[in-house]
Design a protein around this ligand. Structure first.
Ligand code: GTP
Length: 595
C-alpha cells in the first residue's frame, strides 16, 4: 500500500481546517453535505473560538492521477502560539507538512515558528499559498515572502490554492503523492509505535493514537508500553476516518488507534513507545520532552471536589501539556494547582471542563514561576509556582523571574505603536530586522508581562496585523513583592499574587477598588486591604447591605439604636474569620488590573 503521512501547519486562521475538510471531501472521506459544517473543529471550545485546539488524525484514500490508490494519514494541528506543543507531537508522526500561508496576511509569526518545528523534526515542507480567491489576496508578495523567509525552500514549487472553493487543491494532493516520501517502515521488524496522542473514554479506558514506525500491530497480540512498563491486551485497534473504524491489523507506516482498556490515565503517556510483549523492539523511540508550563493557577470546584478531580484527571490525559497537582486553599477548599502553556490554554481548559464534563470551576489569578534564593546562606534555590508559597520578604536574598525572548512581526507603519506596547511591558529591545514591508522586532521581556493580556492588546492595537512568537530566554533578577489580600481582616489565601515593586502601589489601589464591587456584601461594612511586607498599602470599605445604625435610624429610640449597634458589632466579630463567598469575578479583578 502507498502511504503518505503528513500534517498541515500554519499561522492561526490561515485555513488549515478548511483545507483539511476540502481534502476529506476530495478523497471521498466525507460527503459535501457533511463538509458544510467544519468536521475537524468538533470540540465545543473550538467551534466557539473558531480555532483548533487539539491535533486530529484522519485517514483518506486518494485515487491519484497515476491510477494508484494512496493512503493519506493527515493530522490537523492548532495554530495558536499556546499550542506549539501539539504541533511538535503531530510532526514527529509524519514525513511531511503542508505549510499553509494566507495570501491576505502573508508570512506570520506562527508560520515561522511552525516551519522551524518542521525543520527540527527533519520532515519535508511543501509551501502552499491559500485564499487566492479573496479580493485582498496578494499572491505574488506572499510567495516572495516565503522565498525570503525560508531560503531552504528556494527550489520548492509554491502552490496557489483556495481551500474555500477547492481551486488548486487537486495539485496539493498530487504534490503529496510525488514529493513526500513514503514511510521507511519495515513490516518484518518487531513492532515500534509512537504514542503521539491519547484520550480517555469513560467506557473503554485510555485510547492511544499511534504511528507505527516498524512492524505490524495485531489486535491478538499482547502489547507493552515501554516507558511505563505495562502490558495489556488491546480491546480494539483501527484507523481514524475521522471516526474510529476497527481493523484486524495495522501495518508498518500506518497511523491509527489502540483501545488499551487501561483505566489509569497515567500509564499511557504521550511520547511512549508501544511494542509487542512477546517480541519487543530493542530501543524505544526518543519520545517528547514534557511541555513546559508557563502560567500557573488554582482550579477549584464550584460544586463538589470528586467530580472535578475525575474530570481534570481525564482532561490532563487528553492534554498532556496540562500539569495538575492537588492543592488545598483555606478560602476555596480542596482543588488543584495547575500549569498551563499560556493564558489562552487556561481559558480553553476552563471551557472544556464546562462543556465536556459539566464541571464549573473557579480559577484563581494566574502566576508565573519564580526562583527564590533565601538569605539563610544555604545557597539552595526555591522554585515557587504558587504565590501562597512565596517566602516572607525578610527571608529572601534574591528573586529571579522568567524572561522570554519575543519576536513581534509588524507592518512598518505600526512600528511605533508596537514598540511602545513592548516598552510599557518592560520589554528590553534586542534587535530589529526588515522583511519587505514587515519589521521583526526582538525583545526580552518578563513572562509575567506577556502571559496575560499582551497578545490581545497587540491584536487590538494592530487590528490583527502584528504577530507574536515567544521562547523562553532565562531567569533574571527581579524586584518583586508578594501582595496579600485581607477581606474583613482575614487573609484570603487564594487572592495572594506577586507583582513588580514599581507597579504595586498602583495595582493594589486598583484591586481593592475593583473588589469593592465584586465581593458579595454583608450586613456590616467589611474592609478590603492589600498588604505588602506587613503594611497595608491600600484599603477600601465594602458598604453593608443595610444602612448603618450608627448613622441612620434616627427614627429609632436611643435604646433601639444601641441595640442595633451592639448587634452589628457582634456580627463583625463573628465575621472576621467566617467564610467569605468568592465568586469568579473576585479573581478576574486581579487579571484585569491593567484596564
Ligand atoms: N476567502 C477565503 N477564505 C478562506 C479560505 N480558506 C479559509 N478561509 C476562511 O478563513 C477562516 C479561517 O479558516 P480555518 O480553516 O478555520 O483556519 P485554521 O487555520 O484552521 O485556524 P485555526 O484552527 O484556528 O488555527 C475561515 O473563516 C475560513 O472560511 C480561502 O481559500 N479563501
Amino acid at each position: 500500500m502507498n502511504i503518505r503521512n503528513f500534517a498541515i501547519i500554519a499561522h492561526i486562521d490561515h485555513g488549515k481546517s478548511t483545507l483539511a475538510d476540502r481534502i476529506m471531501e476530495m478523497t471521498a472521506t466525507i460527503t459535501k453535505r457533511q463538509a458544510s459544517a467544519q468536521l475537524l473543529n468538533s470540540m465545543a471550545v473550538e467551534q466557539a473560538h473558531g480555532v483548533t485546539v487539539k491535533s486530529r488524525t484522519v485517514r483518506n484514500i486518494y485515487h491519484a492521477d497515476d491510477g494508484q490508490d494512496y493512503e493519506f494519514n493527515f493530522i490537523d494541528t492548532p495554530g495558536h502560539v499556546d499550542f506549539n506543543y501539539e504541533v511538535e507531537k503531530s510532526l514527529s508522526a509524519t514525513e511531511g507538512a503542508i505549510l499553509l500561508v494566507d495570501a491576505t496576511q502573508g508570512v506570520q509569526a506562527q508560520t515561522v515558528a511552525n516551519y522551524r518545528l518542521a525543520r527540527k523534526t527533519g520532515i519535508v515542507v511543501l509551501p502552499v499559498v491559500n485564499k487566492v480567491d479573496s479580493a485582498s489576496a496578494e499572491v505574488d508578495k506572499t510567495e516572495h515572502q516565503i522565498r525570503t523567509a525560508f531560503p531552504e525552500l528556494k527550489d520548492s514549487p509554491i502552490l496557489r490554492i483556495s481551500a474555500k472553493t477547492g481551486a488548486g487543491v487537486h495539485d496539493v494532493l498530487e504534490v503529496i503523492v510525488h514529493r513526500l516520501p513514503a514511510p521507511t517502515a519495515d513490516n518484518s521488524l518487531p513492532l515500534k509505535a509512537l504514542v503521539f496522542d491519547s484520550e480517555y473514554d469513560a467506557f473503554q479506558g485510555v485510547i492511544a493514537y499511534v504511528r507505527l514506525f516498524d512492524g505490524g500491530l495485531s489486535a491478538q497480540n499482547s502489547l507493552t508500553l515501554m516507558a511505563s512498563n505495562r502490558s495489556f491486551k488491546a480491546k480494539e485497534i483501527g484507523i481514524l476516518t475521522p471516526n474510529r473504524l476497527s481493523q484486524k491489523k495495522l501495518a508498518a507506516g500506518d497511523v491509527g488507534y489502540v483501545i488499551t482498556g487501561l483505566k489509569d490515565p497515567q500509564l499511557v503517556r504521550v511520547g511512549d513507545t508501544l511494542t509487542e510483549t512477546g517480541r519487543p523492539t530493542e530501543t524505544a523511540l526518543p519520545g517528547y520532552a514534557p511541555a513546559q508550563s508557563m502560567v500557573f493557577a488554582g482550579v477549584y470546584p464550584q460544586d463538589d471536589y470528586p467530580t472535578l478531580k475525575d474530570a481534570i484527571t481525564k482532561l490532563a490525559l487528553n492534554d498532556p501539556s496540562l500539569h495538575v497537582t492537588a492543592a488545598v486553599s483555606d478560602a476555596l477548599g480542596p482543588g488543584f494547582y495547575c500549569g498551563f502553556l499560556g493564558i489562552f490554554h487556561l481559558q480553553i481548559i476552563k471551557e472544556r471542563l464546562h462543556d465536556e464534563y459539566g464541571v464549573d470551576v473557579i480559577v484563581t489569578a494566574p502566576n508565573v514561576t519564580y526562583q527564590v534564593t533565601p538569605n539563610n546562606g544555604s545557597g539552595a534555590v526555591l522554585t515557587v509556582t504558587n504565590p501562597q508559597h512565596f517566602p516572607d520578604f525578610n527571608t529572601i536574598e534574591q528573586v529571579e523571574e522568567p524572561m522570554m525572548r519575543i519576536e513581534l512581526t509588524t507592518p512598518a507603519e505600526l512600528l511605533n505603536d508596537v514598540m511602545s506596547l513592548a516598552n510599557q511591558h518592560k520589554g528590553v529591545f534586542v534587535d530589529m530586522t526588515n522583511q519587505d514591508e514587515l519589521v521583526v522586532l526582538t525583545y526580552t521581556i518578563p513572562l509575567s508581562e506577556i502571559a496575560y493580556s499582551f497578545f490581545n492588546e497587540l491584536k487590538s492595537l494592530t487590528h490583527g496585523y502584528a504577530s507574536l512568537s515567544t521562547s523562553f530566554a532565562n531567569y533574571a533578577p527581579a524586584d518583586v513583592v508578594r501582595v496579600d489580600v485581607q477581606i474583613n481582616y482575614a487573609k484570603v489565601d487564594a487572592l495572594t499574587f506577586i507583582t513588580h515593586r514599581n507597579d504595586v502601589a498602583d495595582q493594589a489601589q486598583k484591586l481593592v477598588h475593583k473588589l469593592k464591587y465584586v465581593v458579595p456584601r454583608r450586613l456590616y461594612p467589611m474592609p478590603v486591604q492589600a498588604i505588602v511586607e506587613g503594611k497595608a498599602i491600600a484599603r477600601v470599605d465594602i458598604p453593608p447591605l443595610r444602612k448603618n445604625a450608627a448613622v441612620n435610624g434616627n427614627s429609632y429610640s436611643v435604646s433601639k439604636k444601641q441595640q442595633l449597634l451592639r448587634r452589628q458589632n457582634s456580627n463583625k466579630r463573628e465575621a472576621a474569620h467566617s467564610d467569605i463567598e468568592l465568586p469568579q469575578a473576585v479573581f478576574n479583578a486581579i487579571l484585569t488590573l491593567e484596564d
